[in-house]
Each structure stands twice: as C-alpha cells, then as structure tokens.
Design a protein. Sequence first.
Lengths: 280, 803
Amino acid sequence: MKKLIIYIVLLSSFLVYSCQEEVFIDLESQPDIPVIEAIWTDAPGLNQVSISYSKDYYNLEENQVESEADVFIQDEETGQVFPFRFVPQIGAYLPVNNQKAQVDREYSLNVLLNGRHYYSKGKVLPPPTLDSIAVNFREERLFRDEGYYLTLYGDIPFDRDNNYRIRIVRNDTLLNRRNDYLLFDDTFGTQILNRGFELTGYAFKENDRIRLELFRLNREAYDYLNELVGLLFNDGGLFSPPPQNPTTNIIELNEEGEVLGYFKSSSVLSSIITIGGSEE
Amino acid sequence: MKIYIEFRNKKTHLLFGLISLIFTFVSPISYAQDRAVIEGVVYDVESGDPLPGANVYWAGRPQGGVVSDEYGRFQLQKITLPAELVVSFIGYQEIRRQIQDNDKSIKIYLRPEEFALSEVVVSERRPDENVRSLEMGKSVVPISTIKNIPALFGEVDILRSLQMLPGIQTAGEGTTGLFVRGGSADQNLVQLDGAPIYNPSHFFGFFSVFNPDAIDNVSLYKGNIPAQYGGRLSSLVDVSLKEGNTNRIKGEGGIGTISSRFTIDGPINDKLTFVASGRRTYADIFLGLSNDPNIRNNSLYFYDLSGKITYRPSDKDKITISSYFGNDFLGLSEQFGFGWTNWVNSAVWNRTLGENLFLDVNAYHSSYNYAVSFEDEDSGFAWDNLFSESGLRGELVYTPKENLQFNTGLHTQYYHFAPLNFQPDEGSSLEGIGTTARNAIQYNLFISSQLEINPRLSAEVGLRKSIYQQIGRGIEYEYENDNPQTEEITGIISYDNFQTMQVYSGWEPRAALRYLVNESSSVKASYNRNYQYLQVASNSSAGLPIDRWVPADRYMSPISADQYSVGYFKNLRNNRWEFSVEAYYKDFQNIIDLKQGANVLFTDNVETEILAGRGWAYGAEFLIRKNVGSTTGWIGYTYSRTFRQIEGISMGQPFNPRFDRPHDLNLVLNQQFNPKWSASLTFVYTTGQAVTFPIGIYEVDNQRLPLYSELRNEDRFPDYHRMDVSFNYKAPDKGRKWRGSWNFSVYNVYGRKNPFSYQFAEILNETINFQPSLDNPVTTRRPGVVKTYLFTFLPSLTYNFEF
C-alpha cells in the first residue's frame, strides 16, 4: 500500500511532467564514511558483512572496499563469538566455518576499524509458515503485465514483530530495481498468507527458475529498507519529503564519526520454483 | 509565550460559554444610542449592483466623509439641513444631492463616466484607504485585475494571483499553495462566504477551486488578522461569491484551452436574485476520441458548480444562501479511480438592527472527501476518507459615533474527521483498516474596537478567546512513560459521544495603531496572536488530496504564532500611486513535522509519527502600486527568512523549509491601449527553493544511494524567474446584447527552464529513465542528475463572452 501512495505521489508529478534533461550540479563532498552491511541469518549461504566507503557523487571509480577490519558476531546470551574473515574474491567478510544464526537468539554485530568500534544488535525471530507456492497465469491488467505469478500460502502466527521482506532471484539474477522491493508488515492484517498472497509485482515467463526468500526482520532493519525504498522513489520534487539517509541501526560505541548501512539479523525461508516445473 | 488553560471541569466550561454568549449579544446593545445620522445605499445605475467604496460627504467637508461598505451602505453624521450631499467614485460621475431634514434613507445611483479609458475597478477601498485605515498586511485584489493577469493554460486563478503579492511564497512552479510570511500551506484559512475550504485546489494543486466568474471579492489578510477571524496562523483568504444583479438576467463565460465556464445571474423578483456558475475541463472528452482503448478508457477531469441566492425581505435584512461543489477525478482503464470532492454550504443573514447597529449571522457546513478504488480480482480495494466542519457565527457591529466601532461575536465550530475506511475486495489477501474518528468542538469569542483617538491617531484593539475541546466518540492510546515516541501502547481509553477527551484554550490578542503623518502618509504597527487547533501531518511541500489533517489531542498541542509588524504607507500624486513598506517578525510554537519514513495515512497512532518544535520568520515587504489610469499594476519586493527548529530533524539545528526564498520580486503591469485592446505582463523573480543535495554516494543492498548531509535544506535550486504576457481584445460595443472578447496569453514567454525537481539517480545506458529488460540489458551505469522542468513557453487562447 505504501507503494500505492508513492504511485499517487509520482502520478501527481508525472501528470504535469513536461521535460527532463540531464544536468551537472556542483555538489559538496564529505570525507569517506564507512558503509557496513551485515546479514546474519539461519541460512549459512547468505551470511556476510561487507564494508566499503562513500565517495564523491560523480566519482566513477570502484568503491573502496575495506579488508582490514576485525569483524565478529556474538551471541548475546551465551557469549559465543562467530568470527568473520575477509574473502577478496567477493570483497566481503564471511563467517569462519560457514557458521549461521539460531532462531530466537539475539546477536550483536561488532566491527573494529581504525580504532573505532561499530556495533549493532538484533534478534533472529522465528519465521512464519510457508506451506506452498502456487503459480498462475494472468492476462495483462492495469498495473501488471501478462505472465506467470506466484501466490504464497502459509500462516503468520505472530501478533507483533511482523516485518517481512520478500526477495526474488530470477534465473540467477537478483531483482533489485526499486519496484522489486517487497516489504510488508501487519498494517493490513496477518491473514495475508492464509488467504493466498499473490506477488503482483513480478511477472514470470515459462521456464523461469525463481528463488524466493522470505525474511522476518527486526523493526529497525525493516525501517531501514523502507526508508531506502523511499529514497529510491524520491524525485526531489514538491511532493516528495526532504531526502534523508536511511536510519542506520549501527552505532559507533564511542559516538565518534558517522556510519552508514545496516545490520540485518533474520530468519529466512527460501524456495525454488521453476515456472512450468515444480516447487523445490 | 504559551498560554493554555485546560478546562477539565465541564461545568466551568459551560458556564464560560454561557457568559460569553450573553456578553456577545447583550453587551454592545447597552451602548446603543439614537444618533442623528443619515443613511443610504450607493448603486451602479447600469448594473443595479451596490457600489462599495464610494466617497460620501457633505459639500465643503470632505474630511468628515465616509465610504460605502461592501453592500454599498453608508451612514453619515447629520449637519444642519438642508445641505448638499456629495457622492463620488473613481470612474463614475459625481452626484450632488440636496438633502432635506426629513430624508432618512436615500438611494444614490452613480453613472459610469462615458469616456473613462481604464476599466473601472469596483472596490470597497477608498483611494487613500491604505494610508488611512488601520489595516496592515491586507490585500484586496479586484477580480477585474485578477482576470487581466496572464494565466497558466489561460485559467484565471485567484490563488495564483495572490502569489504575486509581497510576502506570499509558492511551493513551486505552477502550484496554487500559499506560504504566507513563513507559514505553511495548512496555516491559511481559505473561506468561501464564511465557510472554510479544506482543499482549495484542483488537479493536485495546479488550479484553485474558484471559478473567477463566480467570485465577487477576494481579500487576503496576512498581517493584522481582525479578532473576528481566527483558526489559522498565517493568513485569511476571504472569498465571496458574487450576488445576482437586480437589473436583468445576465450571463458570462469563457471557452478556454482546458476548460469552459458559464455563469448566469439576475433577479427572480424584486427581493430575490440568483447566480449560478459552472466550470469543467474537457481533457477526458478528447481522450475518448482516441482509437487506442488504453487511452480511451482513461478519465481526467475536474468541475465545479456554485450558486447563490440573495433575498432582501426588507431594507434592513439580507439573506444569502450559497453552495459550492467541486470534484476531481482521475480514472485509468475503468479499473483505477481517484477522486476528491469539496462541498461547501453557507447561509448569511445581515440585519440592520438600528441606525448604528448591525448583525451578521453565518451558518455553514464544509466537507471534503477523497476516494481511491482499484478493481482487481486479487488485490482490489476501496479506500476513502471524509472530514467536515460545521459552524455558526454571529457578529454585532456597533458604531456609536463616527470614529468609534465595536465588533463582537461568537463562533462555534464542530470538526468531524471520519475514520479512514479501507476495504479490500472479496477474495483479497489484505484485511480492511478502520481508524477511529476524531471530533472536536471549538468556541471562539471575540470583541474588538476601532477608535479614532485624535485625527492623526487611530487604534484597533481586539481580543479573541478560543476554547478547543476534543470530544468522543473516540479512543485515546496510552504509551509507555506517556511518550508516543516509544510506540509501546500500554492502554486504550474509550470515550462516549461528546465526552470530553482534551481541552485547550488560548487568548488571542490583536492590536493595531495608525499614526497619520500627513494627509498622504502614515505609520502603522500591529501585534497578532493566533492559535490553530488542527494541521496537516505531512513532510512534503505541496499538498496532496490524501493529506491527513490531525486535530489537537493529548499528545499534539495546538500551534500558535505571534506576529509583530510595522509599516510606512505613502500615497503620491493624489492617490494615483501607493507605496508601502512593512516589516514583520513571527514566532511559531508547536509546529509539527514527520519522522523519517513516517506512515500517517493508515495508522490510528499518528502521534507516534510526529515531531514538534518551533519556528520563526521575519521579512520586509515593499510595494509600489498604481491603481488608476490606462497603466495600472504593482511592483512588490520581499526580503524574508523562515526557520524551523525541531528535535529529530537536521540534528536539532535550525533549518529553512523549502519555501524559504529570501528574495522575491513581482511585477504586474496592465496597459489599456484603447477600448478594444489591452495587454498585461507579469514578471517573477525569486531565490531558488531550499533543498538538500547529495554530498556523496554509496552502495548498500545492491543499490547506489545518494549520501545526504544530516543538515536539511542547506542547498538551493537556481533562482527562479519567469515572464508571462497576455493580450486582450474586446469587440467594440455595438449595442448588441452579446459581447465577446479574446484573451491570448503566454506563460513563461522566454522559455526559462526553471527546475521543478532534481532527481539524483543512476543513468543507465546513457539514457534518462531507461527501463532495463531481458531484451534491453543494462550495459553502463553512472550517477547523474536529472532536471525536470515544466511549462516553457505555454500559449493559450480563451474566448470570453457576456450578455
């Protein structure tokens, strides 16, 4: 529904759009700020921490990747430490021995870099139930193309902390346009999976191989992604709010210096479907 | 300084209301005395319309004269009779009439001067009104002037015309929102015949709801708002529908580029007149002619209808009933629909109770609703919301002597914000949403006095007491530590119908002084405090039809503003030229903004999404205006600054809202070449909008995001400037009933590409708005800046007629 509001806002703008052209604006610049993106789930293949730096807006060089940080995740209950090691091939830190989170446990992210201690905390909440995924062919309609659409069936048995993200990988390509973000909470109830939740934003073709990932997020990480999507849709016009960086859930323990990015601790349900085939 | 008195005790509240009521209607009567005056009405002989602003005085004593009011009425102290009464008005032939001792109520008919080249401007203002009156920060723009100003798409627009006045800022290109002396758009009380209009715009804010043919008068108060009015911090835009003429059935209208309009008015009988007016766009009619069903099945239109009946049962009574209905609709493929509606009804009774005592009673109801619907077998829904205000207002005007006037009255308002209604279609995976209703009653008691202390010094002192009461049926959430920001609900309190939930009140003093330096110049000063008990919860600069109004409650205090202003007013060359400079300082309290990523539309806990703080604004406004002659117009220049300081935004540091535009220059020029041809030119120059540009870029979640400073609006758009021109051709009057005229106007005549927005986005494949697909994969990407601009060299043609 938030997207609908965004569409109404965009519609307001598009209705009066006359012309567009690319321009150059002389922009201020700020010294490099570390960007930490940490994913810690109960699915071992997804866990990683990447550290990079912001750069000048027009800078076309590759992002500066930080490889010298000391990175670990700690179980807040048991004190168990999960160290991460930088892997140059992917430019990110991976957990040693392919460790993973356990559901219902709270973890802290720790990044020691240039004498600063970046810290965040999050709980891996139990996932909802995903019973089955149906594939239906739909004719072209308003706001949707012709194609095959997925409908999820299951149950959300929780009365709080209902913050979800669905991520789609099609034929080994992550769908990551701004329209591809699917974030939902319990604003419109928790019966969404019981009634069958059709993913109207993704039209597939025959033989598409789809990996679907359903994350249950902490509120801070969910808000971060929501604000990120808002920023992607922000056209800088009268109908958009003033642009702001998404609110990070990472802090520097000594309150020295800024940090960007977020820590996502989450359970994840994943499923692979081949259109015209069967669910895996 | 904040003055809130919370009346927890309902009996105290009722007692206060009762005392107020008695005070309102009894107190002034005690002053009533039988004065020796002569009274009358001035009319235009051709139209039969009352003529406001005419000078009435005894021959040889122009300094003791009066000016006819908006109904053409005047009262003048008697002198030794018989004596010669002089009635004059610019553009009309002067009349001198011998008055006998037994003449009590007289009618004067003025005839337009036959060879007057310039269009006669009917105004209740006397020529030196700006110097002599106590009014500060008040602008009256005659409809005839507004109609001459070049218009976007040829659509004459009242609110956009007001933006040409000093101290009024715009949100951006083309929009009709008013930002007055540092106030946001929801701080303007836009009222039609005394009834508020909550969304005064069509087409997402690009056109105002007022059909110019149906409008009689527009007054803007931005400085010293009289004690009779209140409820908004920054301005009062007082619009009145015109009344039907008493002479004969007349019609006027126009066929324009995007809409057509028609108005008819006239007498029904000796005591009853009517006016009916309508306007509609016709873009959807052209869409329907398309061969492409995707285009043909779309709808896009707005229309408005208005009407007014005026009944004069006696010389002492006038009753008007007016109604306005406006609707916008956007439909796509008969599946998606989005529309909004204003419906405003007002009844006004003006009665002359005595020779110097007048009563005005106004009852009104104004409602606004929007609806969004989507027909889809899987995810269809219907979503709508409605809010309304009903009010009753009574005012007594008492003028015991020529240089003393009292105004007093009571205004009661009832606000109803209906629950948001979101209903998914059967079979949808979504669940319905229903927020709870919010209701409130507001009582306003006011009294003011205008007193001429001596021939040079006049004063106006007013006091308004507003008492706001949030009432049930409704619910109130309790939060951990009584702090909504925790978002931890610890309890819910339910309230029955009309049960008091929260009470706020405030004293709103108003004061103004005028010192007449000489016959042509004066110095004025004023102080104003206003309270506003409801505001829009939004963090965008332009209003949207789905904006949510939130009334004050346990967690959201009313907003208030104190305004101090001083001014120097000077008229030159026998009042042909007006010059004024006004300086102001304004202090706002409890201004709200939204938390980042706030959701205010679908939540019942809107208080958890809101941040509150303070604001201030100051500025100096210069105006040079020429009102008569073949060349008329004005130049206005304003230097102003606006600041907000809200904890949680911009690191708690002061920041400029988007509409802070320090330099603002407006030129309006009308030239009447001859009876057939006239031309108008406007030029606008303003500092660019205050905005936030990126200071870098970074990658997260596979996205390249612009990096922004924690400080808001530290950057500026380029300066905005634009020139519009229009030419009017009026067919010579050959004595026929039908008279036509043509208006050709060009908006943005030199095609300046003023930015509407800058979007900081990735440029894919060196193409703006490139949409990648399997067949068109992304091959290059880089950060870029895309400027959107609107309306470069936009000509339009309108045919106007009257009969």
